[in-house]
Design a protein around this ligand. Structure first.
Ligand code: ADP
Ligand code: MG
Length: 234
């Protein structure tokens, strides 16, 4: 069976509609969408050995099917430079989460490399009662959260739709290079939007999708966080 289907079936058989960050990234990676390599560590020692394998600096995040917003509760530690820092971060995350969510099922932590800084963008998908799946594009951080500077297109997206929706947002000049920042590879983002649209078309069991954030660079882009919600079947 294809890995994609295995991931979806496993979650469904456990009665879960929220995929973990690791499952979500695996699913998207199979679809050719660029995500940062991320492994699960079920213990402190494993977190350290995976970090050494990836190379420092790394990021640790809580891995739990019950926690949607990982950083809200001390569940994300960025820029860890040594094994010692990784060990401490593992303990701190475990402590913070068990205090805040005593009922949550904890798989361990996810470990990934710290991505180099880029322009943060987001791609989301939700299903509209009338139009079906709709993709959203925006710039990450406050531009989306406060200014709601986003654009939408109905799936399936053509390359032209992708091109337009990126240029429609008010913050577009930020992608063209701003105050000495490198211009972003916009055609790569167009390609990414079309890939996400294809993925959504081919996986009707996916109800919601969030790539937030994606770090966009002058050469390519990589999603550092991913969240997939499945349709619930009764
Ligand atoms: P949340 O579940 O809270 O959305 P994220 O995985 O998005 O958690 O992490 C929170 C923030 O940490 C991100 O918005 C991003 O700015 C930063 N971040 C996450 N992963 C990485 C990474 N691999 N490299 C660099 N920064 C990261
Ligand atoms: Mg996120």
């Amino acid at each position: 069976m294809a890995i994609e289907q295995q991931i979806i079936d496993k979650a469904m058989s456990e009665g879960r509609s929220l995929l973990t960050e690791i499952e979500s990234k695996e699913l998207l990676k199979q679809a050719g969408i660029s995500v940062i390599d991320t492994n699960l560590a079920a213990s402190r020692e494993e977190a350290i050995s995976i970090s050494r394998h990836f190379g420092f600096p790394v990021v640790l995040k809580i891995a739990s099917p019950d926690i949607v917003h990982k950083s809200d509760s001390g569940g994300v530690k960025l820029g860890l430079k040594t094994s010692k820092q990784v060990g401490k971060a593992y303990d701190d995350i475990s402590g913070a989460i068990s205090q805040k969510y005593p009922q949550a099922v904890i798989q361990g932590v996810s470990v990934q490399k710290m991505a180099r800084p880029g322009v943060e963008v987001i791609i989301g998908m939700s299903k509209d009662a009338q139009f079906g799946p709709v993709l959203m594009f925006g710039l990450g951080g406050i531009l989306v959260e406060i200014l709601k500077d986003v654009s939408f297109r109905i799936v399936p997206l053509t390359r032209r739709d992708a091109r337009e929706m990126i240029r429609e947002i008010k913050g577009f000049p930020l992608l063209e290079g701003y105050r000495g920042q490198e211009p972003v590879d916009v055609s790569n983002l167009e390609e990414l939007l079309v890939k996400v649209s294809d993925f959504v078309e081919q996986n009707p069991e996916v109800k919601e999708l969030d790539l937030n954030p994606i770090f966009a660079y002058s050469n390519g882009a990589v999603a550092v966080d991913a969240r997939v919600v499945l349709e619930t079947t009764s």
